[in-house]
Write a new protein. Structure first.
Length: 327
């Protein structure tokens, strides 16, 4: 229990430190004292600029990281597979594809992009389920089908973006996760839907724990397995889709963070879900801050930094997969 408490304290502390550092570092640099004073008094012009331009992307990075990490936790519980992740199995690419369709062909419906992004993510997930079903669900088959679905939607997104110059920049923002020029309107949408998904995921922790048992055992206990899987999947798709619609596509976040969480916190989703939310927020915010400051004024998309970290980690996880979930 001591290790779990320390893990929470360290991650929360790091998130606070990175948040403050991200706010005071960039093209406009101020001290932490000036930042705090300016936020309360509103008399510092530089703080007002930071509040309008830098703070929205920080909030979006935090909520996107939390949403994607928790989505990964939920999908792994549903599929009983530690490699399940919205970016790998096609949920994020499906959401991104429909977002690009809306931006390209129906720009007047831009306000409804999160809704259509959710529909795209749900379609991708249903396709994975449909094509994976063969006398039951095989975890490995689901991952492989998901990779194929992800490749198809990614290819379609790139095709549409390349054929339509007017939507090029919008398409790039969806697929490469450039958090620049985010507004408080984006924050409102991200916080609203992200909070709903995160709260629902917290309420589903017991079902996630139950799904660790065999289906036959659960049915004998009277547990409605399919209903639980469906509801948990809907929440996971909601979280991944809203993060993709607002922040862009990130891969490996839902893979990295849950695995680290299980190492530090254990498999109890009552603790794993909130820990993953905080740690995911820390990962995306750190990646965005590094991308914004490493080679300033040039920005490196946060998704690229996460992919550089996540690629080797996926190889490591695949090599050690025989020790995970008792497989």
């Amino acid at each position: 229990m001591y290790k779990k408490i320390i893990s929470f304290i360290v991650v929360i502390g790091l998130l606070l430190v990175v948040t403050i550092y991200s706010m005071i570092t960039g093209s406009i640099e101020i001290t932490a004292g000036e930042l705090i004073t300016g936020l309360f008094t509103g008399t510092n012009e530089n703080v007002e600029i930071i509040k309008d331009l830098r703070l929205p992307r920080i909030v979006i990075a935090i909520f996107a990281g939390a949403a994607l990490s928790v989505s990964g936790v939920l999908l792994q519980a549903v599929m009983r597979n530690p490699l399940a992740e919205p970016g790998i199995i096609g949920v994020s690419s499906g959401a991104g594809f429909v977002s690009i369709i809306m931006i390209t062909f129906f720009p007047t419906l831009y306000f409804y992009t999160p809704l259509f992004s959710f529909i795209g993510g749900a379609i991708a997930f249903l396709l994975v389920y449909m094509f994976s079903w063969k006398s039951g669900l095989n975890p490995l088959r689901m991952i492989l089908i998901g990779v194929a679905i992800n490749a198809v939607f990614t290819g379609l997104s790139e095709f549409i973006t390349s054929q339509n110059a007017s939507s090029m920049m919008s398409g790039i923002s969806v697929t490469s996760s450039t958090l620049t020029m985010k507004t408080w309107g984006d924050v409102e949408v991200m916080v609203l839907y992200g909070s709903i998904g995160l709260i629902l995921s917290m309420l589903l922790f017991a079902w996630c724990n139950h799904l660790g048992l065999r289906d036959k055992t659960l049915k004998n206990l009277g547990f409605r397995v399919n209903r639980a899987r469906f509801i948990i999947s809907i929440v996971a798709v909601l979280l991944a889709s809203i993060a993709t619609a607002i922040a862009g596509m990130f891969t490996f976040v839902g893979l990295l963070i849950p695995h680290i969480g299980r190492t530090l916190i254990g498999n109890d989703h009552k603790l794993l879900i909130p820990f993953s939310a905080i740690a995911g927020a820390l990962l995306i915010l750190t990646a965005d801050t590094l991308g914004r400051t490493l080679v300033s004024p040039i920005e490196i998309p946060a998704s690229i930094i996460v992919a550089i970290i996540g690629g080797p980690f996926l190889i490591f996880l695949l090599r050690k997969s025989d020790r995970i979930y008792g497989n």
